[in-house]
Design a protein around this ligand. Sequence first.
Ligand SMILES: Cc1ncc(C[n+]2csc(CCOP(=O)(O)OP(=O)(O)O)c2C)c(N)n1
Ligand SMILES: [Mg+2]
Length: 317
Amino acid sequence: MKAMTARQSILKPDGRLLNGAKSSMTDAALMEAVRWMLMSRIYDERATALQRQGLYGVFSPAAGQEASVVGSAMALDPARDWIVPQYRELIALVRHGYPLERLAAMGMGRITHATRIPEGVNVLPTQVALAAQLPHAVGLAWGLKLQKKDSVVMAYVGDGGSSEGDFHEALNLAGVRQAPVVFVLQNNQWAISTPRRMQSATSSFALRAAGYVTYRMSFHNTTDNPSLYEDPKQRDEASRRDPIDRVIKHLTRRGLWNDERDEQTRMSIRAEIDAALDKAASFPAVTPGQLFDDIYAELPERLRRQREELLGEGSKE
Ligand SMILES: Cc1ncc(C[n+]2csc(CCOP(=O)(O)OP(=O)(O)O)c2C)c(N)n1
Ligand SMILES: [Mg+2]
């Protein structure tokens, strides 16, 4: 197998395909992809604005990475396959059937039954403890194989997460057990402020796992300020390769996109996001006692005591 050591891209900044390159996507798939990518970008803007108003928790945008997230997720059949995310692949989960309003409810602190993954939606929850999702992904894939299911698990990890022991353990076990799991390593050049060159001596993360070279075109999350460590030239260079701009320019050249369609698409996405956010905000706020729910079938003594202490002796809450 020839190792990939540089960015592979067939779509130029002006929306033209490289000479001789051919997209294997149908027009219908392209149109679907661009809508998911736009939805991701517009949701980033809305969630960030809400966070700045104190109405949303810490939020990690996907700006710049939409093509990796949407392109990989669209290879899956939601009825058959599974997604195991890190925390930046929100739109992949929505495409797979996790309702946006439930993800929004989680972001807005309504960590109640309102955020539950519905029965039959094949996704695991987002994971902030880096790479801890990967051994679970392998276990899930191994289990599906033992059950003779024709399913694959797609597990996401970042360049930073790939330095964790869990990453290497998971890949090794997947190899040994031939578990049907695809690891998508999104190398967005940063682990918060740690640049990719400080992360690994490897010439390419693709030597470790199926990789995408992309660029995080925003802050790490809403607590971060990249102007303290990012050279603005890097961002300018990445903006020229903005995945959404390139696909829209490509579709425009081919007569599949115009200003009217652009406006209509963005309007319908905004309406969908507004409805999800309104619904999320209407869920009841979490009460302190709920912190202890849905973790153990029966609370261990230590936690039972902590719960009592928090709520006050004899409280019924
Ligand atoms: C085990 C662990 N160590 C450290 C952190 C703190 N932390 C949160 S996000 C992050 C950067 C992760 O970078 P990467 O895996 O490249 O993903 P990205 O945020 O770039 O998508 C770090 C170090 C954590 N969440 N978990
Ligand atoms: Mg990263």
